[in-house]
Design a protein around this ligand. Structure first.
Ligand code: TPP
Length: 378
């Protein structure tokens, strides 16, 4: 395995002074290392496309090579700024992308991974080739120093984005590990907050849950209570749960509940300008001040008062709660009111280590949900 310390040493020796991205579990320790030891050189972005914009700006101002890191799920978010700005037919901006390869293919075989990573894992190389981004695969046996130096030379010579495609289990743990987010005492965990809320929500209300652990926690509750049918888990498409909920609410008369994360809401914050106009939307954000599901790294919007932002973006009702009592009374108000509602729940990061994964096929979940919404299923 490649030691995290070796990566950071190589980056320092190559005078890398700009790193931006959205974290990924494949290199969670590396992201934490950027956070801890590259503080002034590191920007967590709202979404991966935004990282490309930041990198372009940095290059224009410094003539140096920026680094952008992302999970391959974020490739969709970077296509536009790469192909229409950084590409060799437009502004020719050199940069190095470090891409975590979920659903990776080894010797033409796909490794077992979650359903949302299967297609993306399969087309990742093709996407890079189509975007004219030269890439090298990095695994635990690679010589990082050599590969990085060659890629950097290539980025400079050809003046375009190049990439490192990183396999699972490539990186070792860092030698020193620091906690980056102070523990918030007396707050409930995301799961405790979720269970407190969900027990008060009538069963007839459709739920759309965000990408990551929250959906797994909800799925466990649903299984125990025979409620799987009223939930659509937004397992991929991070940041789009609220738009999906808005689409459902647009068609349905009942209230529709979106269970969101602070990282996810930040990724496509503009969607709130649409959702806030739909009266039957209940938008709940579990704010644990982190990308908890991929390692607990800070979000770009760390410290934001989401309930204030939501109000400014048009939600008629908007509140922040920090405990059971506040949450219980807010949900009673929300279920009574006739307008779009937003609730920010402050909670701690972390999840149970024995949390199960959804076991049915995504098609089965979809069919159940569509039946629940009283649509015909195919
Ligand atoms: C476009 C995209 N980028 C990155 C990821 C990887 N990813 C999955 S869950 C997650 C963190 C979500 O954070 P948040 O919404 O705050 O929820 P939490 O995990 O803290 O509950 C990330 C970054 C992804 N799935 N899709």
């Amino acid at each position: 395995m490649i030691k995290i310390d070796e990566i950071t040493k190589v980056l320092r020796n190559n005078n890398i002074e700009f790193i931006s991205g959205v974290p990924d579990s494949i290199f969670k320790d590396l992201c934490l290392e950027f956070e801890n030891n590259f503080k002034s050189k590191h920007i967590v972005a709202a979404n991966e496309g935004s990282s490309i914009g930041l990198a372009i700006g940095y290059h224009l101002a410094s003539n140096k090579i920026p680094i952008v890191y992302l999970q391959n799920s974020g490739l969709g978010n970077i296509i536009n700024p790469i192909t229409s700005l950084a590409s060799s037919r437009v502004y020719k901006i050199p940069m190095i992308l470090i891409i975590g390869w979920r659903g990776e293919i080894i010797r033409k075989k796909q490794l077992t991974d979650e359903p949302q990573h299967k297609d993306q894992g399969m087309i990742t190389q093709k996407m890079l080739e189509t975007m004219n981004v030269k890439y090298k695969i990095l695994d635990k046996k690679s010589n990082f120093k050599k590969i990085f130096s060659n890629l950097k030379t290539d980025a400079i010579k050809s003046s375009r984005p190049v990439a490192l495609l990183v396999r699972k289990n490539t990186f070792d743990k860092p030698s020193s590990k620091k906690k980056i987010i102070p523990k918030k005492n007396n707050l409930f965990s995301r799961e405790e907050a979720l269970l407190t809320l969900i027990k008060r929500v009538p069963k007839k209300i459709p739920k759309i849950s965000t990408t990551g652990m929250l959906s797994r926690e909800l799925n466990e509750f649903n299984l125990k209570n025979k409620l799987e049918k009223n939930t659509f888990m937004c397992v991929g498409g991070m940041g789009h749960a609220i738009s999906i909920a808005t689409g459902v609410a647009f068609k349905k008369k009942s209230k529709v509940l979106c269970l969101d994360g602070d990282g996810a809401i930040t990724m496509h914050l503009g969607a709130l300008s649409t959702s806030s106009k739909i009266n039957n939307i209940i938008h709940v954000v579990f704010n644990n001040d982190s990308h908890d599901s991929v390692g607990g790294q800070r979000t770009a919007s760390s410290g934001t008062d989401y309930y204030k932002v939501a109000k400014l973006m048009g939600y008629k009702y908007s509140k922040r709660v920090k405990n059971k009592k506040g949450l219980n009374s807010a949900i009673i108000e929300i279920l009574k009111n006739k307008h779009s509602s937003f609730l920010e729940i402050i909670c701690t990061k972390g999840s149970r280590s024995n949390l199960s994964r959804p076991k049915k096929s995504m098609i089965d979940y979809k069919k159940m949900f569509k039946n629940f919404l009283k649509y015909e299923t195919r």
